[in-house]
Design a binder for this molecule. Structure first.
Ligand SMILES: Cc1cc2nc3c(=O)[nH]c(=O)nc-3n(C[C@H](O)[C@H](O)[C@H](O)COP(=O)(O)OP(=O)(O)OC[C@H]3O[C@@H](n4cnc5c(N)ncnc54)[C@H](O)[C@@H]3O)c2cc1C
Length: 405
């Protein structure tokens, strides 16, 4: 391998670039990004949450590894990435809580540190939150389809991180270390990948032909579109669609301690966590249609998310929007997990996409794993990453992740 092309300058493309050189690659590489700076796509629009609480082993392993690497990143790169292990708190109704208690030994065995919480523990941890529904009008309870919170699960190693400086560091530090070998092409749109004789010969970007031995597709929510524009038919494309997700910065309730809470998930997957002196709030919209629209919807917060917050948290009616944005999940419609392998029909096209809302928290592990695969032909640090092979869609070996918010 002498020249590698990486399409996409987000945290995934950046981490792959960095880890390749960290692990000994000394050929040339070009990373192509259409925006005028690295990491301005989904990476900078994310909520920055990380957790190793998952239902699948591969996600537990990838995130546990990545959390350790986040914790070392400030030393590794000399930049602040806002690493904050404030915990991740899932709250549950009775039926799900029973399942969680049953599943807990799996986390214990995998080294994922969790704690089961009673409703009283939860109320102490999130000031102003009511786990029961006694304070509410029964009509509201029925309308919002609420049930009492029976308990919670706290992920002790989980928390939040600022992915943008990390992604930028991955790309810029690699360039600094290997200026002769690494090329960063910004403001460069990949029109298509050139396929010839079952291989990816290179790409056409801003009308220029760039050839390489291996093409890594790390273009997040745009990956399937690039393959489509390159003439790949649907049956050979990846099952990944762009799906809008929205975030709202709101002022927090006026209660002492609300800025010390963990990343908290309540009814229907509404989540919130401190963001400087505010709260960052989100909730995946169930009826969201795939597409490239990223317009944030004020009404969705004011007429849905905030109603749920009001029902649970004292003073949440005063949590007003300060700013808001929408971004895109690279949503894998088959099993909500990344695709990390060569494409079975194009021997030198490597796919690293489809991370469905957990790409930031897996990025260090993905970079390390992809570099191992490209340099040594196997996933050494996290062998389970082999389960994310594209072939799983054809062989019906889906890796279904059930804990996705
Ligand atoms: C609202 C929201 C909240 C999220 N919250 C979390 C969270 O809490 N935790 C978490 O782990 N993940 C979260 N995610 C998901 C996370 O942001 C992604 O999984 C992650 O950023 C994926 O990184 P990436 O490098 O694959 O994609 P991106 O960061 O999108 O990078 C892909 C890059 O490719 C470039 N590109 C696309 N097409 C082309 C082309 N034709 N030519 C050249 N360049 C191109 C884009 O400009 C982009 O910079 C969230 C996402 C959203 C939208």
């Amino acid at each position: 391998m002498d020249r590698l092309i990486i399409i996409g300058g987000g945290i995934i493309g950046g981490s792959i670039l960095y880890h390749l050189y960290k692990n000994g690659y000394r050929g040339r590489a070009v990373i192509i990004e259409e925006m005028d700076a690295p990491a301005q796509g989904s990476t900078s629009l994310s909520a920055g949450g990380f957790r190793n609480i998952w239902s699948t082993e591969v996600n537990m392993k990838l995130t546990t590894y990545s959390i350790k690497r986040f914790s070392e990143a400030e030393k590794e790169f000399g930049v602040s990435i806002g690493f904050d292990q404030r915990g991740y708190l899932f709250t549950f109704y009775e039926d799900n809580f029973d399942m969680i208690k049953e599943f807990k030994p799996n986390w214990d065995n995998a080294g994922v540190r969790t704690e089961i919480l009673t409703p009283e523990n939860i109320e102490k941890m999130v000031p102003g939150l009511h786990t029961s529904l006694e304070h509410l009008d029964p009509e509201i309870v029925e309308f919002l389809e609420l049930k009492p919170i029976a308990g919670g699960l706290l992920g002790l190693d989980c928390g939040i991180v600022n992915p943008t400086p990390l992604a930028v560091a991955y790309i810029e530090k690699t360039k600094e270390m290997y200026p002769e070998l690494v090329e960063i092409k910004l403001k460069t749109h990949v029109d298509r990948i050139i396929f010839e004789g079952g291989r990816a010969k290179g790409v056409i970007a801003n009308s220029e032909v760039i050839e390489g031995d291996i093409v890594v597709l790390a273009a997040g929510a745009w990956s399937a579109k690039i393959l489509e524009d390159s003439g790949i038919p649907e049956e050979q494309n990846i099952p990944v669609v762009p799906l809008k997700r929205m975030l709202y910065v709101v002022n927090p309730p006026e209660i002492e301690g609300v800025l010390n809470i963990p990343f908290t998930i309540i009814d229907k997957g509404v989540y919130f966590r401190p963001e400087a002196m505010n709260w960052l709030v989100g909730k995946a919209k169930e009826e969201q249609e795939p597409g490239f629209d990223t317009e944030p919807e004020k009404d969705y917060y004011e007429e849905f998310i905030n109603y749920i917050m009001q029902a649970r948290i004292d003073g949440a009616e005063y949590c007003r929007i300060q700013s808001m944005w929408g971004g895109l999940y690279a949503h894998n419609t088959k099993d909500k997990n990344g695709i990390v392998s060569f494409h079975p029909d194009f021997e030198n096209l490597f796919l690293a996409t489809g991370f469905s809302g957990h790409g930031v928290m897996e990025a260090p592990g993905i970079g390390q794993s992809v570099s191992e695969f490209l340099l040594k032909g196997k996933f050494e640090t996290i062998p389970e990453v082999s389960q994310l092979d594209y072939k799983r869609f054809r062989e019906n070996k889906l890796v279904k992740e059930t804990i996705v918010i």
